[in-house]
Write a protein that binds this ligand. Structure first.
Ligand code: SF4
Length: 689
């Protein structure tokens, strides 16, 4: 049996996987020693991939209103209903809601169809829920959404600071690389997290700061940088906004963080003790109604000290999904165009429209995820296509979102699974190929593009997402523009578009692949962009060149905002997150009994004092409620969490544990800059069940 080099479909580390068909329909799995992201390592989720390629639960044929239908009938109906809705109500009456698990080629086709041919910006992605505050923060500071550093910087750093990131469970192989570096060279590690997570096991310092006070902490660090005279005067010539950012930072009361003077000094000493410091951040920073400000407070400190773009230094946003980065590169967010071009820039719109020979380019950003489902609820979106994601579970106010989808005139869902909380609401269900069955590319958190390769035949009648989208586009009258035979041709077109973007000043550059053949695409090795040599060792901004209008890096003045106050009625601030062995809504990991052995049911971590006050016994059940929903959870009494700040994981769905849908509790409030929902926390009440 031939072994295929492919890429893990879970987190943004993007590990290389060797997949060998076992002759019984399954796969033998090993880490790819040649892949730079993991060098042969895999975490338990990646190792169990072979157990998840079963056809159990798969959607094997198109369905219309619950009855099995042929592909022709299903595609005709989708094209007719979308065309009719657009003709009657205009292009902004339809929307696509897509996913950071789509391959770049799928994303490219969906984006081209919506923004270039339907003529609306209404395509957004579940990556909005994951890292859009990092995108917005990068753009404010650098003028472009570009991660400056590389994974190896975590190994080259003297100090690594992890903010709102349980790397041990959420990016396990990156954690393994960091832990190994710590063993070899004594890397000092700081974990900033209200909860004592597994990542704290290797921390020299754990700062259990007040929830949501990350921006205050980094403001205090900026003020300390100035007080100690540790700004980089040479690099400052490449910056703007420093004085205002510093003046605002100096107004931050240290008490905001809930940390002692001694803890703050330890943090300052560690962060400032070596030039080689990397600050890694994730959902604890992004999933907030002030997430973009938190990101910029972190970036401010790296810019002020010039600790960016060099080996072993820089801010580092790690993405949750396998292709969140590819999605933002290819324009999968409602407020972007492909290749880091701006939808609000008329020159960029014109250039992309001309490249696509598009009949009707979107003229403005579309609706971001939370606003998109509000528009569905209000009947402004009348035809919705949900691709490769489960918003009836994962969106904030998930019950309300499920009701909105149920009330929409026409809902198409493309998925690999037959029964999910969202597929149940579809008028038309289209079976998609899953990991192991499809071909394409993904980009990991360090800007490395890798191939996912087809190893198994499609399940039943499943088709690749790009093929489904292209077939609908053809039926809507645009066959010529969507006439690809294989994903290599789509990748080549995308690469050519990056050349157009490069001419307009974009830093996203894969144009060397514009003429790629199918054979070259099949053989494509993982590569970092940009491929141009001028960037220092594959890193950005160390040369002081930024993409802002002035060409300078921008420090943003940040006035910290804490999460909205809890009330007497909902007096606990629930912290949400992931567990080690499951991923998202468990569609795949839930198929492996081995992965459920770690934590088998939804649970609530509760501080012992809270448990006593509430009269909730260990291992009993508790009802957790918010103004938006209700869950029944098994109680784990533990001092890992602080008083008043319980924790619950996000993974369980109506299919797997009807009472464990945590995002049903979360309010749909968003960051005003990025539109990212504050999914990390919810004000809740708790009582014995
Ligand atoms: Fe997959 Fe992430 Fe685990 Fe790597 S670390 S094997 S990408 S889940």
């Amino acid at each position: 049996m031939q072994t295929m080099r492919t890429t893990c479909p879970y987190c943004g580390v993007g590990c290389g996987v060797l997949a060998t068909p076992d002759g019984r329909g399954g796969l033998a799995i090993a880490g790819d020693p040649a892949h730079p992201a993991n060098r042969g390592r895999l975490c338990v989720k990646g190792s169990a991939l072979g157990e998840t390629v079963t056809h159990r639960g798969r959607l094997l044929a198109p369905h219309i209103h619950g009855r099995e239908a042929g592909w022709g009938e299903g595609l005709d109906l989708v094209a007719q209903r979308f065309s009719r809705t657009i003709a009657e109500h205009g292009p902004d009456s339809v929307a696509f809601y897509v996913s950071g698990q789509l391959l770049t080629e799928d994303y490219y086709v969906a984006n081209k169809l919506m923004k270039g041919f339907i003529g609306s910006g209404n395509i957004d992605t579940n990556s909005r829920l994951c890292m859009s505050s990092s995108v917005a923060g990068h753009k404010r500071a650098f003028g472009t959404d570009t991660v400056p550093g590389l994974y190896e910087d975590l190994e080259l750093a003297d100090t690594v600071v992890l903010v709102g990131s349980n790397l041990a469970w959420c990016h396990p192989v990156l954690y393994q690389r960091l832990a190994a570096a710590r063993e070899e060279r004594g890397t000092r590690i700081v974990v900033i997290d209200p909860r004592r997570t597994a990542t704290c096991d290797i921390a020299d310092l754990h700062l259990a700061l007040a929830p949501g006070s990350d921006a205050a902490l980094f403001n205090l660090l900026l003020a300390e940088i100035a007080r100690r005279g540790m700004t980089d005067r040479d690099f400052a010539a490449h910056l703007e906004g420093f004085d205002k950012a510093l003046a605002t930072a100096r107004e931050t009361p240290p008490s905001t963080t809930g940390l002692t003077h001694s803890q703050l000094q330890q943090f300052f000493d560690l962060w400032l003790g070596s030039e080689k410091v990397v600050t890694v951040y994730s959902q604890g920073v992004n999933q907030s109604d002030s997430g973009t400000d938190k990101v910029n407070a972190i970036l401010n400190c790296h810019l002020a000290t010039g600790r960016i773009g060099g080996a072993g230094m820089g801010p580092f946003s790690v993405t949750g999904q396998p292709n969140a980065m590819g999605g933002r590169e290819v324009g999968g967010l409602a407020n972007m165009l492909a290749c880091h071009l701006e939808i609000e820039n008329p020159v960029h719109r014109q250039a992309v429209g001309a490249f696509w020979n598009a009949p009707r380019m979107a003229q403005q950003p579309g609706l971001k995820a939370v606003d998109m489902f509000r528009a569905v609820e209000e009947g402004r979106i009348k035809a919705l296509w949900i691709i490769c994601t489960n918003p009836a579970v994962s969106m904030p106010e998930a019950d309300r979102v499920a009701r909105a989808i149920a009330g929409c005139d026409f809902v198409v869902v493309s998925d690999i699974m037959a029964q999910t909380d969202t597929t149940r609401l579809a008028h038309v269900l289209l079976p998609a190929t899953g990991w192991g069955e499809k071909d394409g590319t993904v980009t990991n958190s360090e800007r490395r593009i890798s191939r996912q390769r087809r190893t198994l035949p499609p399940a039943g009648q499943a088709r690749d997402d790009w093929r489904i989208l292209a077939a609908v586009a053809a039926r809507m009258g645009w066959a010529e523009a969507f006439a690809w035979d294989n994903p290599a041709q789509i990748f080549a077109e995308y690469a050519a578009l990056s050349g157009v973007a490069g001419d307009l000043g974009s830093d996203f550059d894969i144009s060397a692949h514009a003429g790629i053949t199918s054979a070259e695409y099949d053989a494509l090795r993982p590569f970092l962009w940009p491929q141009s040599a001028r960037r220092q060792g594959g890193r950005f901004f160390g040369d002081g060149r930024f993409h802002t209008p002035s060409g300078r890096g921008h420090l943003v003045a940040v006035t910290p905002r804490l999460p909205s106050a809890i009330s007497d009625k909902f007096p606990y601030r629930l912290n949400t997150g992931r567990v080690r062995d499951h991923w998202h809504t468990m569609t795949r990991t839930g198929l492996s009994p081995r992965l459920s052995r770690h934590l088998a049911e939804p649970f609530l971590e509760l501080h012992p004092d809270d448990a006593t006050r509430l009269g909730v016994a260990p291992a009993s059940l508790a009802e957790v409620s918010s103004p938006h929903g209700r869950a029944i959870l098994r109680v784990l009494v533990t001092d890992r969490v602080a008083r008043g700040h319980p924790f619950a994981p996000i993974h369980w769905t109506g299919e797997t544990a009807p009472s464990g849908r945590i995002d049903a509790l979360v309010a749909g409030v968003t960051d005003p800059v990025s539109g990212q929902p504050a999914s990390k926390s919810a004000a809740v009440a708790i009582r014995p069940f």
